[in-house]
Design a protein around this ligand. Structure first.
Ligand code: PLP
Length: 389
């Protein structure tokens, strides 16, 4: 018998805190209970039909059956640069400043491999989307957590970062609109980040996966709109949330050409590009009719109002997100985030995510995703109200 022992890097990953919730959830579903799942942030409505039709067409062309070019099709890179110009008024060079990804998670998890040597620090928001940490650990780096606190509007306090760490750190991840807190960045924050990056020679990786999921007329900005941004970093985008394409695996990185080139080198040694039919579907998503983006957003906006207004009516204190499809909900006194999540699942058949699963500073919150119908969200509020009685 072999003695199978995993590498230290696997042992160093943060503990998986959702295991118990997952177990209770599976058991509940199996026993036939009517579960409302607000746990996973995965759009529940389909990819728009014109994108699917393009996939059918492109998938039946044998030219698209071979290995893709790992730099991405020129048509896709052109669609990305045109979309960027019209959406953010930012010019990108189609050959050197854009890199298609197999979903933005892929690029986010791989980018530390391009820059991090053993023991190098990476500045990471806390709570956060988990791949910032795991990508750092896989590259041999050390996460340095920047707390996202309500008193700072869930923006990291750059002045609170240990100056020695700042000098040594190689990369900073930021993410606005933010998952899990649903906070949005200010212009002043982005300017401070750019100054900080210049002063400390740090590459900024801005995750903008939710740049198109916003409400009440608010339009999130690109980090690259700000003076000097392209000298210090890159931005990650995803077609997943914008076009209901989570399963398709397509996103992109753009910005600083040296950073993009290094990420391209890493990727060319690991993957062989995105299935070309999916790339052609991505072209249609970016260049085609954008009206459904507004439709999807107005759907989430109504759901947000149903959930947040409902929770506030029954005495919870929840603020309304301007973007993302999450509500970040303070846990009422007397519970930890894990305890509240368990209670909601066991007594109300509602799945939520405990904030602490996203990092220590997520304690005190739970996350609810707006990826079920308005009717089911109203039902969830009703069930929570009955818990109080
Ligand atoms: C969903 C999500 C992503 C990535 O999605 P892909 O499907 O890999 O493009 C990236 N960042 C955050 C914060 C997300 O929530």
């Amino acid at each position: 018998m072999l003695k199978i022992e995993t590498a230290d890097r696997l042992k160093k990953l943060p503990p998986y805190l959702f295991a118990e919730i997952d177990r209770i959830k599976k058991a509940a579903i199996q026993s036939g209970r009517d579960i409302i799942d607000l746990g996973v942030g995965d759009p529940d409505t389909p990819t728009p039909m014109h994108i699917i039709e393009q996939l059918y067409k492109a998938a039946s062309d044998p030219q698209n059956h071979r290995y893709a070019m790992d730099a991405g099709l020129l048509q896709l890179r052109e669609a990305i640069t045109s979309w960027y110009k019209s959406r953010f008024n930012v010019e990108l060079d189609v050959d050197t400043e854009v890199l298609p990804l197999i979903g933005s998670k892929e690029g986010i998890a791989h980018i530390p491999l391009a820059f991090i040597n053993h023991g190098d620090e990476v500045l990471i928001p806390d709570p956060c989307y988990p791949p910032y940490k795991s990508g750092t650990i896989f590259a041999g780096g050390v996460p340095y957590l920047m707390p996202l606190l309500e008193e700072n509007d869930f923006l990291p306090d750059l002045d609170a970062i240990d100056p020695q760490v700042a000098r040594r750190a190689k990369i900073m991840f930021i993410n606005y609109p933010n998952n899990p807190t649903s906070a949005c960045a200010t212009e002043d924050f982005y300017r401070k980040v750019i100054d900080f990056a210049r002063d400390n020679n740090i590459i900024i990786c801005h995750d903008a996966a939710y740049s198109e999921v916003s409400f009440d007329g608010y339009k999130p900005q690109s980090f690259l709109e700000f003076d000097g941004a392209k000298e210090v970093g890159v931005e990650f985008h995803s077609l997943s949330k914008t076009y209901n394409m989570t399963g398709w695996r397509i996103g992109f990185a753009c910005g600083n050409s040296e950073v993009i080139a290094a990420l391209r080198t890493v990727k060319s040694n690991i993957d062989s590009g995105i299935f070309q039919a999916v790339q052609f579907a991505g072209v249609i998503a970016l260049e085609g009719d954008q009206s459904h983006v507004d439709e999807i957003n107005s759907m989430y906006q109504s759901r947000r109002d149903a959930l947040v207004d409902g929770l506030n009516r029954i005495g919870w204190k929840v603020s309304k997100p301007k973007a993302t499809f999450y509500a970040w909900i303070p846990v009422p006194p007397g519970y930890t985030s894990n305890e509240l999540t368990k209670l909601l699942l066991e007594k109300a058949d509602i799945v939520t995510t405990p904030g602490v699963g996203f990092g220590p500073n997520g304690e005190g919150y739970i996350r609810m995703a707006l990826t079920v119908s308005e009717e089911r969200l109203a039902e969830a509020v009703g069930r929570i109200e009955r818990l109080h009685k």
